[in-house]
Design a protein around this ligand. Structure first.
Ligand SMILES: C[S@@+](CC[C@H](N)C(=O)[O-])C[C@H]1O[C@@H](n2cnc3c(N)ncnc32)[C@H](O)[C@@H]1O
Length: 281
């Protein structure tokens, strides 16, 4: 769209909403440029938009029109009612992942439990657990330095108590350390899966998504590592793909876990595999 001196807030919203087929997205983009809530936009439809604002809003609109995720354009996504900063270097936190948080918070763990979040990305799981249970000692890791920088920024912005952020491949930076709970949303998409070419996923880091030919490479690695890193009676909770429930259950069983469950998300899909470490493991 061209910048014109007479364009008002409602003119811009109407035109943007028709090209995006979404009034909400149009409001979010313009609200981001103006630093205003949606309610303000609705109440101030007659305000004129100056040229610099129109140019910024038009640039965001063009990026959205080619499919860039709205979360990357806005620079944040809400998770467990907190705003997490996101960039194209981290996975956009998903509502389904809140199931891990919900189930982790429901566990009967010691007040000062040691908790590990493997592959923390934006930090959404580990930082949320630290914010909700200030007594827990949370460690979060990622192989991506860029992701750890975002997680660090989020821990400062959200004023979450001390969370240890470590860089490295899965358990590599955790030699000799054990935890009461290990949570992870690892990559679990099979290489070549057609969904990688659709929607937001096209713009997300492949290293956060893809895990070998069947999507289970990282899950196998994590389950194998738990023997050396979970305390007796400790829990593992990992996010899995919608069709990975049976494979996830088998992996946990083979590793000697007890109390294994495959939990479904709000859409009824398999989403989290969880189990408790057998004391004799
Ligand atoms: C699916 S994303 C999850 C991010 C975040 N926990 C969430 O739920 O939004 C997987 C994360 O695992 C990290 N990762 C991939 N391979 C890894 C590895 N070998 N060791 C540690 N982290 C890894 C990626 O960088 C990415 O941040």
């Amino acid at each position: 769209m061209n910048a014109t001196p007479e364009t008002t807030v409602s003119d811009w919203l109407r035109r943007a909403a028709s090209t995006l087929d979404s009034q909400l997205e149009a409001q979010l983009l313009l609200g981001h440029v103006l630093g205003r809530e949606r309610a303000w936009l609705i109440a101030h439809g007659e305000e004129r938009l100056d040229d610099p604002c129109q140019s910024k809003a038009n640039a965001l609109l063009e990026r959205r029109q080619v499919g860039e995720p709205i979360a990357y354009l806005l620079g944040e996504r809400e998770f467990w009612s907190r705003p997490f900063r996101v960039t194209p270097e981290v996975l956009i936190p998903r509502p389904e992942t809140e199931l891990i948080v919900e189930k982790a918070l429901a566990l009967d763990l010691p007040e000062n439990a040691r908790v590990l979040d493997l592959g923390t990305g934006s930090g959404c799981i580990g930082l949320t657990l630290a914010a909700e249970r200030p007594g827990w000692q949370v460690t979060a890791t990622d192989i991506s330095q860029a992701a750890l920088a975002i997680a660090r920024q989020n821990s400062e912005d959200l004023d979450v108590g001390p969370v240890e952020l470590l860089s490295g491949c899965w358990f590599e930076p955790l030699e000799g350390r054990r935890f009461d709970l290990i949570v992870s949303n690892p990559p679990y998409v099979a290489a070549g899966d057609i969904h990688l070419g659709k929607g937001d996923v096209r713009f997300e880091p492949e290293s956060a998504l893809v895990a070998g030919p069947d999507g289970l490479d990282d899950l196998r690695h994590i389950v194998d590592g738990t023997a050396a890193h979970l305390n007796p009676g400790g829990w593992l909770m990992v996010e899995i793909g919608h069709d990975q429930g049976p494979a996830g259950g088998t992996l946990l069983k083979s590793a000697g876990f007890e109390n294994i469950s495959i939990l479904s998300d709000g859409a009824g899909n398999d989403r989290v595999a969880t189990g408790q470490r057998n004391d004799g493991a």
